[in-house]
Design a protein around this ligand. Sequence first.
Ligand code: CMP
Length: 145
Amino acid sequence: ADGTKAEITQKRLARIDLFADVEPEALSTLCGLFTSRLVPEKTAIFKKGDAADRFCIIADGMVEVLPYAEGETRFKRMLLDTGDFFGELALLDDVPRSATVLTRTPTLLLELRRDHFHTMMDVSPALRERIKRAARGRRDEASGH
Ligand code: CMP
């Protein structure tokens, strides 16, 4: 991958934890919706406050989540790596991005457009619950609970 979008296979999706127990029919629907993209290191995937257009899974690499605005000096930051996902909060809540996400290494992303994210949530209840549970924890952390 050289930054151009490429289709991904069902086998590839099945290797990602998030999809561990997703039904094969649902997986086959999903693999047609994702595209992959290689992002160089130290690159902003999106910034806090941006409008949300997609959901991302880290197929290979590491990103840093910075919940504060540019110029703020809080030290809180989270690292996400291979198999983790991000970008669900703004899509679920229909609000701007809650954090800036930067690549720490060259990172291969699997991406879903906004409308396809909602398709994914409809296709597998188990997957929907898993994503919503993660979102709840992240929101609580953001509000200091
Ligand atoms: P979103 O708000 O769309 O964009 C920024 C993303 O950073 C957010 O979705 C989450 O996926 C992720 N994020 C926010 N807070 C946390 C957290 N506490 N831990 C891990 N990831 C987070």
